[in-house]
Design a protein around this ligand. Sequence first.
Ligand SMILES: NC(=O)c1ccc[n+]([C@@H]2O[C@H](COP(=O)([O-])OP(=O)(O)OC[C@H]3O[C@@H](n4cnc5c(N)ncnc54)[C@H](OP(=O)(O)O)[C@@H]3O)[C@@H](O)[C@H]2O)c1
Length: 243
Amino acid sequence: MKKLALVTGANKGIGLETARQLAQKGVHVLVGARDLKKATAAAETLRAEGFSADPVALDVTKSADIAAAAAMIGEKFGHLDILVNNAGIMVEGDWSVNESATLPVAKIRETFDTNFFGVIELTQALLPLLAKSDAGRIVNLSSILGSLTLHATPGSPIYGTKLLAYNVSKTALNGFTVHLAHALKDTPIKVNSAHPGWVKTDMGGESAPMELADGARTSVELALLPADGPTGGFFHLGDPLPF
Ligand SMILES: NC(=O)c1ccc[n+]([C@@H]2O[C@H](COP(=O)([O-])OP(=O)(O)OC[C@H]3O[C@@H](n4cnc5c(N)ncnc54)[C@H](OP(=O)(O)O)[C@@H]3O)[C@@H](O)[C@H]2O)c1
């Protein structure tokens, strides 16, 4: 039987490419997008390429969407093997400015609603279905910009990129990865954070050095980890990153 994956924010960017690469590996992919039309278009794109995909309307900040998606997956499939928490936002525009002294708290809350609280609420709703898989895998799309260790280390590659809302939301997300992995340590479910690299997408921008095909690789590797693979870690292309 095919494995079943849900990828959030899969209508474009790293999410769509992750869905494509999982489907290439024989996984049936549920393509999540906050707009049903976008989810349907993305699923149709994958089907036209010969892959197995269905659309799911899912805004990760909406409890009703989360409950409906969990109910639909439960009724139609009865389990879930892979959850890729890919949806994410960055409200900061200028990466060279540190707005920590002035950034409105509303912007920070907005970022956390998607990048942190949405991930927790969706993951908790889907855990009973992931528990029915013999190899449940949860991948949280973090960023090297969430590494508190590197932010506190003068001279590190990200030391000068202090985007308070985005970075700290990913730091908190990494905290969820570590805590949830510990809670599930006696189960087959593995939970890891992924740094995809700096990837050419609407978020990453044109100057990003990585193409989409490589940008999805870390998520796909962590989604398909073998039974002896790691849990509670933070990785980029197989290499560990400091939290
Ligand atoms: N690109 C990079 O260099 C890079 C580096 C490190 C980490 N990341 C992380 O990788 C992930 C994917 O990024 P990307 O570069 O592919 O970004 P992107 O092209 O901007 O795509 C983001 C996706 O998330 C969706 N999304 C946003 N808010 C959502 C919500 N409330 N509910 C459901 N979906 C929502 C977007 O949907 P709409 O189309 O409806 O807006 C879109 O599908 C993010 O978590 C990002 O933080 C990216």
